[in-house]
Each structure stands twice: as C-alpha cells, then as structure tokens.
Design a protein around this ligand. Sequence first.
Ligand code: FCB
Length: 451
Amino acid sequence: MTTRFPDGFMWGTATAAYQIEGAVAEDGRGTSIWDTFSHTPGKTLHGDTGDIADDHYHRVEQDLELMAGLGVNGYRFSVAWPRIQPDGRGAPNQRGLDFYRRLVDGLRERSIAPALTMYHWDLPQALQDAGGWPNRDTAQRFAEYAALLFDAFGESVPLWITLNEPWVSAWVGYAIGGHAPGIQDTGQALAAAHHLLLAHGLAVQAFRARGLDGPRIGVTLNLAPTRAASPEVADVAAARLRDGNQNRWFLDAVFRGRYPDDMLEHYRTRADFAFVQDGDLAAMAQPIDFLGVNYYMRHTVHAGRGDGPLGINTVERVPAGIPTTTMGWGIEPDGLTELLVRIARDYPAIPMYVTENGASFYDYVDPEGEVDDTERIAFLDAHFRAAHAAIQGGVDLRGYFIWSLMDNFEWAHGYSKRFGLIYVDYLTQTRILKQSASWYAGVARANALEP
Ligand code: FCB
C-alpha cells in the first residue's frame, strides 16, 4: 500500500545563514557571535569557520535552481541578523535586505514557499558585547529587528519562525559553552532562555500589530522524547528532569505562559529569577499559528553523578542495538511519532511542521562521481513513515523540512559532518546531488511513499 500524505503537505529542505552563506564581510554585514567564536582557537574542529561555508551568498541563483530540480514546495532558511543590523540596532542595511529579497523572490518564482527563521544563532557581536541574551534589552532589540523584517517581507513570506531552538542558544551557548558565545554560567543561561522566550513573544506581538493577512508565525523548538534507562528511581527522576529541561520548560512557557513547577524548584537554587518581570510570561505565551519541531533523537536517560551545568547531571546513552549516525545520535524513527503524539496530547491543538530532521553519514563521491547514500534514504523513509503514523494518530502535521539542503558548517563540528541531500566539495564549491536527493524529489512529487 502506498503511504499518502495530506493534500498540500509541504515538503522542504532547511538551512541556516551562518552554515551556508559565507561572505561574512560583504555588503555591510556586521560581525556575529559565531564569527568571533569560530575564530577563537580551540572552539571548532580544525578551527573551521563559516567565512566561506557553501558560498551560498554568491551562488544563490544556482542553489535556487537545484531546489527547483528537487521538486520541493518549501524552503526554510534563516536571515543573518548582522546583515540587516550590523550592530544589532538602528536602520536596516539595504544591501542585506536586498540579498534576502532576491532569495524570497527566487523561491516564489519557482513555487517554493519561503519559511523564514529570524534567529538561527548568529547574534550581532555588538549585542553580545552589551551582555547578549542574559541582558533583557536584547529581547527588545530582537523585536525591533523582527519588525524590520515584517515590514520588508511581510506578505511574501507565508511562514515566519521567530527562533530556532532556544534550548541550544541558551544552554549550549551560555551554560555548557560548546556554542557561541561559549559562556559557562548557569545564571546567565537561565536569564538567556527567559529573554529568548520573551523576544519570541514580543516579535509575535509586533507581527500581529501589522495585521498581515495570510502569513503565519510560530517558533521552532528542538524536542526529544525522553525515557528512563531503567525503572530505578534515580533514572526515572533523571529522565523527568531532562524532559523538563529539554521539552517542558519551553513548551509550557509558549503554550501555558508558565514554567513547570518541578523545574522552577530545581533551577531556583541556582538563580534568583529576578529577571522574570510582571507580564513576561503572558508576553511569551502569545497565541501562535504553528509549532516547528526539530527531531533528531530520543533521550534514554541515566542518572549521573555530581552537578552538571544547570544542575543537570544526567547521562544519555544510545541503547544497545540501536544504529547511530556519524553524530553518534541514535536512529529511532518511532521517537518522532511518540514526540508528535505527545505534544498533541499535552498541549493545545496546533498545526505542526517538522522544521528539521535528517542525518549525517560518511558520504563520499565514488569513482563514477556519485554519492550513494542509501543509509540516508532509509533514515528518511523510516522517519516519513513515523510522521505519517502521527498524522494517522490525529496529529495536525502540515509539512516536513529535511536538514539539510546541502552539506554545510556544522557549528563546533566544522565541516566534518555531512547532513545534505546535496554533497558539497568545499575546495571547488561543486554541488553533487546525492542519491537521497533524487529519491526525495520522487517523494515530494508523489506526496507519497512507495511500499
Ligand atoms: C540543529 C540545528 C541545525 C543543525 C542540526 C544538525 O540543532 O538547528 O542548525 O546544526 O542541528
């Protein structure tokens, strides 16, 4: 039996500005925290940076043609804040707007719906110098930047995403320190998470104030179904804590306008929460039009020892027998069904999109010039079926964006992880469609999976 997706289902690919654009010093772009971080010795594998990346800034026409060939009807990309406001404040830089105007128009000419993420981790360095996300003013700066984007692109972008994965921005950027700005401070991380959520809410308010007719707005969270590794009390408690940290902290804030009690109790011994002001929680819980879900793996949680960042000392191990990607992430497609069904069960009804899902494997160009990535095809096929099962279970899933359109700068892993449907030879910037790309084109065209 053929597995059919609902009519109008959006099949897309996803990227982020710093991971693909390059051209970091062109057309008035300012410096972002990722420029600073990647240029700091020891922060990224091999000292890799996004200076050139996929050179997409100069090759946007070619990349649009590649997308058209894939037959996708959606493309999720992010706008680099420092191209629009080099110092994170003030009048927009016209040349920055022009680049995204060309991209948005190019997508529409090819009947590909633009899904625009306003923040995918490249905070203007000037705002970090003023305190970064732990500084409340950054939320206000973001709302102003968002308003510039709404005014420039409002009606031509059907899907607006305020933030990509505030969990990563706050926890990995400010508590663990593995991402820009590389800070390890629990208090700063909690304040950062709060101000990110506030920024999201203020941007949604600015969006509504414009009364745009048609375009919709939401947020993308990286969520993970979470299980205790054993029935031991300590493991069960660890899994609950990790679920609170990863999922409920953000979902409860966005959908219920509150932080979960158990997590507040946990975090309160580590920060004074003076950063929460009257009205903040209501502001961050503005009604949104859809939820973006990034799914990569399930968390199987063991209790750890000692006190980790944020007082979270859990250990996640991929259970024996589960295959992994080259990120070391377990391949558990049924986790996607579990996750989507759980969100639909625990939170108010809302349309959802998988805004990222995909895998890195050891891809290489064979002597025939082909990239035979059968593992990726199997991975995607299984995850699409898992998404379909969620739809059958009543989840209002509207679309699916593969991470990623093409191989790119994988943050602290540099260029060592290949997630693309398109292979990129970084020395020549040659793009080669992997077999998964042709396979995906077939799925998108048919809006269905063959048995
Ligand atoms: C997500 C990020 C994306 C990419 C994938 C692999 O957390 O949003 O930029 O790095 O992971």
